[in-house]
Design a protein around this ligand. Structure first.
Ligand code: PSU
Ligand code: MN
Length: 341
C-alpha cells in the first residue's frame, strides 16, 4: 500500500482488538495498485469507523458541478458524525481510497485532463488497472474494493437492479450478485423505478442478501418515493438495531451482506411522486429508441433523461436522499464500532 509521501512498514498488521481492519492484508492483496489518503490511512490504522462511497455517481450519475458538490457534502456529513469517508475511484490505473480536492475535480468535470472516464463494475476493474484508465466505481466495483480492506459500511443513492424487460435482455446489474458474494452493509434509498423492483427483490433473495427497510415502515423504497409497492422481508427501527443486524451478519460462520432501504425523507415525498411520472416516460423512450439494449449505458441514459424531463427536480431529490443515507449510515457506523469495542 502506498501512503502518500510515506512508506508503510511491510508486514505490519494493524488490528483493533477485534481485528476490524487489516492493512497488511490490503498490502498483500493490492500492492502498489492502491493509494490511500492520509485521513483514511489513519482511520484504518486506528480502527475508526469508516464509510465507503462510490464514484460512478460522480463520473456518470450526476452532471457537473452538482456531482462534485454532492461528493463533498457527503464526506462532510459523514465527518460531522465522527466517521471517516472513503470515496473510491480509479485514477490512471490506480485505486484511490479517499480523494483530494483536485482529484475529485478531475473526476467531476468532463473538461478536466482525465479523459474517457470508465464506469467500473466488477468486470471492468482488472482491465481498467491494466490499461491505466480512470473512472468511477459502481456499487459492485466499490464493494469489491472496500470489503477487501475490511470496510464494513457503504453508502450510496440507488443500487442497480433487474431492468424492466430483463426476461428478454437479461440486463441484471452486477450490484445484485456482488451483494451475494461480498459481505458488507449497503445503505441505499432502494432501487430506482426505472428498474423492475419485484424482480430485483427476487434476485436479492436468490443471492441470499438480507434486505431490511430502515425506519418505521416495512415498504421497500423506490428511490424518489418512500414505497415501491413491495415489502422488504425485514425492518429495523433505528441505528442501534441496524448495527446489531450488521454485527450478526458479519459474525456468522460465513459472513453475509445486508442491504438497507432508507426511504426518502417525508418532506420530499410529494415532489418524488411527480418525478415518478417522468421515470415512466424515460423508460418508454429508452425502449422506443433501443437504448435498453445498450448494456452499461442504459442506467446513465435513463438518469440523464429523467433529469431533463423534470427540469433538474430529480437531481435535487437525488442529492437530498443520498445526504440522508449518509447521515443514517454514519450513525449506524458509530453504533457498530461501539459493538466491536
Ligand atoms: N442508480 C442511481 N444512480 C447511479 C447508479 C445507479 O440512481 O449513479 C449507478 C451506481 O453506481 C450503480 C450503477 O452501481 O449505476 C449500476 O449500473 P448498472 O445498472 O449498469 O449495473
Ligand atoms: Mn446492466
Amino acid at each position: 500500500i502506498t501512503r502518500r509521501g510515506l512508506n508503510l512498514k511491510v508486514g505490519h498488521t494493524l488490528r483493533s482488538r477485534r481485528g476490524i481492519y487489516d492493512l497488511a492484508r490490503g498490502k498483500q492483496l493490492w500492492g502498489n495498485r492502491l493509494v490511500i489518503s492520509e485521513e483514511v490511512h489513519e482511520a484504518l490504522s486506528t480502527s475508526k469507523p469508516i464509510i465507503a462511497l462510490e464514484s460512478t455517481i460522480i463520473t456518470h450519475g450526476m452532471p457537473y458541478p452538482t456531482n462534485s458538490k454532492t461528493a463533498n457534502s457527503l464526506e462532510n456529513i459523514i465527518r460531522s458524525k465522527g466517521v471517516i469517508p472513503a470515496t473510491i475511484a480509479l485514477i490512471n490505473g490506480r485505486i484511490h481510497i479517499g480523494l483530494t480536492d483536485s482529484e475529485l475535480m478531475q473526476l467531476s468535470d468532463s473538461n478536466s485532463n482525465l479523459k474517457d472516464l470508465v464506469k467500473i463494475s466488477r468486470r471492468d476493474l482488472g482491465p481498467s488497472i491494466a490499461l491505466k484508465r480512470s473512472g468511477g466505481t459502481t456499487v459492485a466495483g466499490t464493494m469489491y474494493i472496500a470489503e477487501s480492506l475490511g470496510i464494513k459500511i457503504f453508502v450510496t443513492g440507488g443500487i442497480g437492479g433487474v431492468h424492466r424487460g430483463a426476461e428478454n435482455s437479461m440486463d441484471i446489474s452486477a450490484d445484485l450478485l456482488e451483494l451475494g458474494r461480498t459481505p458488507m452493509a449497503v445503505f441505499c434509498a432502494g432501487a430506482k423505478s426505472i428498474l423492475d423492483i419485484p424482480r430485483t427483490l427476487e434476485v436479492l433473495e436468490t443471492q441470499g442478501v438480507c434486505v431490511a427497510s430502515y425506519g418505521n415502515k416495512q415498504d421497500f423504497p423506490a428511490f424518489y418515493t418512500p414505497s415501491s409497492g413491495c415489502q422488504s422481508p425485514w425492518r429495523v427501527g433505528d441505528a442501534e438495531a441496524a448495527a446489531r443486524l450488521i454485527y450478526t451478519q458479519l459474525t456468522l460462520p460465513n459472513k453475509l451482506a445486508t442491504l438497507f432501504g432508507v426511504p426518502i425523507p417525508s418532506q420530499h415525498a410529494e415532489a418524488g411522486e411527480e418525478v415518478q411520472k417522468s421515470v415512466e416516460q424515460a423508460v418508454r423512450e429508452s425502449v422506443e429508441q433501443g437504448i435498453d439494449k445498450k448494456g452499461k449505458e442504459v442506467t446513465p441514459w435513463l438518469l440523464k433523461r429523467v433529469g431533463e424531463l423534470t427540469g433538474g427536480k430529480s437531481l435535487g431529490l437525488n442529492v437530498n436522499l443520498i445526504e440522508n443515507n449518509a447521515r443514517i449510515g454514519a450513525e449506524v457506523a458509530i453504533n457498530l464500532s461501539e459493538i466491536y469495542k
